[in-house]
Design a protein around this ligand. Structure first.
Ligand code: NDP
Length: 340
């Protein structure tokens, strides 16, 4: 069958498009420029994957943005959404494209009777709330803290709270759309925490790296400090695993009408740096001579725990080992670095 994916030019979207092609789907991607689309056509062709085509959707917020793109497809995967912290106006920069982009994908899908399922990339950002002591989050949880922060602080809101708000509101808008409009398709939403792993998409220079990879790259280049290595993110997950769960969500009937938390393990940066220094060979290490070691063996105590029992059970899923995520990410960055 035939799948439409928004955002294949992104870090995650490129992996989802690649795995859809590998699973035998014909894939149409929406991109904002011809160059980004052509890059993917060429890259996938080199991998023997020739059923990828693209259409330009310049503005996901425009009414009917995906009306043309959705024609003839059996399913939609919506990954496109801004993930950055350069915020002057939280609505204009993050919340509006996230919410309107999601609603427009759903509205257009509702005009194509062939569409049976829409898979939406949400985020652990739409789930997490400040918790002390340690708390185990499940698919029942919703972030109500970040939307309140945006309401209270307006343009002065912390950019990471503005991002979390954008993901929360986009996912809530999707569930509300389904409840009110009762379209002939169902939806699946996926909530990954910070995503790491190798790159497939075009990253023409280091300053154009996507947010999560750029965070890790900062340690490899020595721009981040030992203190930064202690900074907690609740958990991370491998990009190939997140892509896999998107594809599986199209294949497994019971995935409809469900949210799925997908995470590898609970961590701060320190354990990942430890894995890098323990397992990288000399040649890989020589690509990152300024890499920050942090304080080896001193991870930050757990903050957020993610209960992944549902995703493991539904898809019989086992996460990729953290060591492989770290090594494959570093190898990939070493290769890209040579072109920069
Ligand atoms: P990237 O920045 O690499 O990719 C974002 C994608 O969305 C790109 O294809 C980009 O297009 C597109 N996009 C962004 N803003 C707009 C906009 N205003 N209009 C149209 N397209 C837009 O980030 P990721 O791959 O990391 O993010 C992909 C998805 O995964 C997002 O929904 C994000 O919220 C979610 N996510 C990411 C996590 C992570 O750690 N990376 C964690 C949890 C969720 P273009 O190439 O043209 O800029």
């Amino acid at each position: 069958s035939f799948v439409l994916i928004s955002g294949p030019s992104g870090f995650l979207g490129a992996h989802v498009a690649q795995q859809l092609l590998q699973a035998g789907f014909r894939v149409r991607g929406t991109v904002r420029s011809k160059e980004k689309g052509q890059y993917l056509v060429d890259r996938f062709k080199q991998q023997g994957l020739d059923k990828f085509e693209f259409v330009i959707v310049e503005d996901v917020e425009a009414p009917g943005a995906f009306d043309e793109a959705v024609k003839g497809v059996d399913a939609v995967v919506h990954t496109a959404s801004p993930f950055h912290f350069n915020v002057t106006d939280p609505y204009k920069d993050l919340i509006n494209p996230a919410v309107q982009g999601t609603l427009n994908a759903l509205r257009s899908a509702a005009k194509e009777p062939r569409v049976k399922r829409v898979v939406i990339t949400s985020s652990f950002a739409a789930v997490v709330n400040p918790h002390d002591p340690v708390y185990s989050f499940t698919e029942q949880d919703w972030n109500d803290y970040s939307p309140k922060q945006v309401e209270e602080k307006g343009k002065d809101v912390d950019p990471s709270q503005a991002y979390r708000c954008s993901k929360t509101k986009a996912e809530q808008a999707a569930w509300k759309f389904v409840e009110e409009e009762k379209p002939s398709f169902d939806i699946t939403t996926i909530q990954p925490p910070l995503i790491f792993g190798p790159l497939e998409h075009e990253a023409p220079s280091a300053d154009k790296l996507n947010t999560s990879i750029n965070n890790f790259y900062g340690f490899l280049t020595g721009k981040k400090s030992a203190e930064d290595a202690q900074a907690g993110f609740g958990s991370f997950v491998d990009v190939r695993d997140v892509a896999k769960i998107h594809v599986e969500s199209l294949l497994v009937e019971e995935a409809g009408n469900q949210r799925f938390l997908v995470a590898t393990s609970d961590s701060s940066y320190q354990p990942l740096l430890d894995l890098f220094f323990e397992h990288a060979d000399d040649s890989l290490k020589s690509s990152f001579t300024n890499a920050e070691k942090g304080k080896p063996g001193n991870p930050k105590p757990k903050a957020n725990v993610i209960d992944t029992s549902k995703v493991r059970k539904t898809f019989k899923w086992q996460p990729i080992e953290a060591k492989d995520t770290v090594l494959d990410m570093a190898k990939s960055l070493a290769e890209y670095q040579q072109k920069w």
